[in-house]
Design a protein around this ligand. Structure first.
Ligand code: SF4
Length: 185
């Protein structure tokens, strides 16, 4: 079987979902028999070298760079998978969407983060270096921005869940995850 080519990225995520992928432990060797990695933090490849079969997205979109990268993944991957709650529903970063009491909710959010007595910031400055990606008005899920083909739920999904999903995808099957793997309560 020809190896599938996989790309992965972390947008507004914590890298926990990538850590969970590594949690498949020694099965990583079995995985490498089936796939090869293209652009990914796992190999530090920062650009696509060719079109990929599968793109794994961790995290949603909180800034313009996240949107740019997500669109690039959609353009370069046949199948796009939202991995984890941040990619699927926004996760923890989406909590800032609840800070919307004023006419300028983004400023309100930044002031809450950087300019309250709880924060050590003697000059009361909000970071504004031009190198920083522009923040979006709110956090968007992946499906708000591009078409997503499959979702792997969890925070993070377990290594077993990712393993089962990838095994199905590399065989051109839709992931049918065991209920026990996606039941969270
Ligand atoms: Fe981290 Fe959980 Fe978000 Fe994955 S879903 S990036 S583990 S916070």
């Amino acid at each position: 079987m020809k190896k599938k080519r996989i790309a992965t990225t972390s947008l507004a995520g914590c890298f926990g979902c990538h850590m969970s992928l590594l949690d498949i432990d020694e099965r990583i060797f079995d995985l490498l028999e089936l796939v090869e990695f293209d652009r990914s933090p796992l190999n530090d490849l920062k650009k696509f070298t060719r079109r990929c079969d599968i793109g794994l997205i961790e995290g949603g979109c909180c800034n313009e760079e996240n949107v740019h990268v997500l669109r690039e993944f959609r353009q370069n991957c046949d199948i796009l998978v939202a991995v984890g709650q941040c990619a699927i529903m926004g996760g923890l970063p989406v909590m800032r969407n609840a800070i919307m009491h004023s006419d300028d909710p983004l400023r309100e959010c930044l002031e809450e983060a950087y300019c309250t007595p709880k924060v050590l910031n003697p000059e009361n400055q909000i970071p504004n270096d031009p190198a920083l990606p522009l923040l979006l008005d709110k956090v968007y899920t992946c499906v708000d921005v591009v078409k997503i083909d499959y979702q792997i739920p969890g925070c993070p999904p377990s290594g077993e869940t990712i393993w089962q999903a990838l095994n199905a995808l590399v065989r051109n099957e839709a992931p049918a995850l065991d209920y026990a793997l996606i039941k969270y309560d």
